[in-house]
Design a protein around this ligand. Structure first.
Ligand SMILES: CCCCCCCCCCCCCCCCCC(=O)SCCNC(=O)CCNC(=O)[C@H](O)C(C)(C)COP(=O)(O)OP(=O)(O)OC[C@H]1O[C@@H](n2cnc3c(N)ncnc32)[C@H](O)[C@@H]1OP(=O)(O)O
Length: 379
């Protein structure tokens, strides 16, 4: 960090002072040679002989950071004065069936939109089938540039779209920002549910009233349903130095992997069969996680429909000395189960809000539901 302090003088005072970049300046392709390097396979292997999705999340996170460094590179300086952190996983949509641990994987990506200090990165992943790399997933992350010591914001180079396709991507980046603001402004933490959502909650409440008693208190579960509070799984991680990034904080990818694996276990145990991830969205990195923290992960099924299970993971940290818990992330994962899953019923008002939030995330999924029958990606 002492060395990084010296890099402050390379930070721009305004965005205008930085040379514009093109999308191709940050474009990169990276090969993960699972097919040709069997010793690498072990790290990615699941017991069902598929590829660990948690490992892919880690790779996407590192790749996103690398892409941002390419966009902001100062050619005359060996080290970047910027600290790039993951602010948001906006969306990951799966678009391919099984991932084989025996075939090469290719990632590609580039910066697709920039604000003043933030950058949207689009990444794709492909897997070799025969002679061809076929698409597996599309991911959109938002990264934020901070100063050399990660203490305050730092400007990033403007981005100049060069073709109608690039202009469209840039416009999409702008509209993604608008969509995120709109989504968060109607958050159930700030506003009451819509009339339709209120009806849903009340109907669910009525469905759980015991017909034998005239009471709001006696609640019974309808057939093939589970109380939301009984769908929880929790875990604790000690954040060892091994998981730290170059800024001495815990890797965003590590946090995602741990949250994803807990979510997957929650979905499997809830559905009673194997679960396959179909979408990840709106993972917000609100606060950095310090090395040495205790990381408490709490996972819960908050919405289900047919074969689909929407899981939310809440992560909090506390230090050994200070027992006060601080929320660092909220993760949203959508899984598909091999068979139809039970309905999940909220018992309290707070749980009803979790249910509606889960339903909103489920409905915001962009991959058509019918596509997902052969979508087999595991932890
Ligand atoms: C096999 C293939 C693999 C390939 C691998 C290749 C490997 C190569 C190696 C590469 C190096 C790897 C290094 C890895 C480093 C990993 C990075 C991490 O882990 S990081 C660890 C995990 N991450 C963390 O620990 C981060 C924790 N979070 C934080 O520190 C803060 O919340 C914050 C800094 C993100 C924002 O702070 P806040 O006070 O809000 O800041 P401001 O108000 O000042 O706004 C600044 C800008 O941010 C925007 N913006 C903000 N939020 C959001 C959002 N949700 N959504 C969207 N945008 C958001 C906001 O709009 C504004 O934009 P603009 O208008 O200026 O353009």
């Amino acid at each position: 960090m002492e060395e990084r302090k010296l890099l402050h003088s390379f930070l721009a005072e305004s965005q205008k002072g930085l040379p514009p970049r093109r999308m191709k300046d940050s474009y990169i392709e990276v090969l993960l040679p699972l097919g040709s390097e069997p010793e690498l396979r072990e790290k990615y292997l699941t017991v069902q002989n598929t590829v660990r999705f948690g490992r892919i999340l880690e790779d996407l996170d590192s790749l996103g950071v690398l892409i941002c460094y390419m966009h902001t590179k100062i050619h005359s300086v060996k080290m970047s004065p910027l600290s790039i952190v993951t602010a948001l996983v906006d969306k990951i949509d799966m678009c391919k069936k099984s991932l084989s641990p025996e075939q090469d994987i290719k990632f590609s990506g580039h910066v697709s939109w920039v604000g003043k200090t933030s950058m949207e990165v689009k990444m794709q992943m492909f897997q070799l089938h025969g002679d061809e790399f076929c698409p597996v997933l599309d991911a959109t992350f938002v990264m934020v540039a901070r100063d050399s010591e990660n203490k305050g914001p730092a400007f990033v180079n403007p981005l100049i779209p060069e073709s109608p396709e690039e202009e469209e991507l840039f416009r999409q980046g702008e509209s993604n920002k608008g969509r995120r603001i709109a989504f968060s402004s109607v958050s159930l933490l700030k506003m009451a549910p819509s009339a339709e959502e209120r009806t849903t909650v009340h109907e669910m409440f009525l469905n759980t009233l015991d017909p034998k008693t005239i009471s709001f208190q006696s609640r019974v579960l309808p057939p093939n349903a589970v109380w939301m509070e009984n769908s929880k799984l929790k875990s604790l991680e000690i954040c060892h130095p091994q998981e730290r990034n170059i800024f001495n904080r815990i890797f965003g990818g590590f946090l995602m992997r741990k949250a994803y694996e807990l979510a997957w276990a929650t979905a499997c145990s809830f559905g009673g069969s194997r679960a396959f991830v179909v979408a990840v969205d709106d993972i917000m990195f609100q606060k950095p996680v310090e090395v040495g923290s205790l990381l408490f992960l709490s996972s819960q099924v908050c919405f289900t429909q047919n074969n689909y299970i929407q899981v939310r993971v809440h992560s909090e940290v506390a230090s050994l000395q200070n027992k006060e818990h601080t929320t660092t992330n909220v993760f949203h994962f959508t899984f598909m189960s091999e068979k139809e899953v039970p309905l999940v019923f909220p018992r309290t008002y707070g749980e009803s809000m979790l249910y509606l939030d889960g339903q909103r995330h489920f409905n915001s999924m962009s991959v058509p539901v019918t596509l997902r029958k052969d979508n087999f990606v595991e932890p």
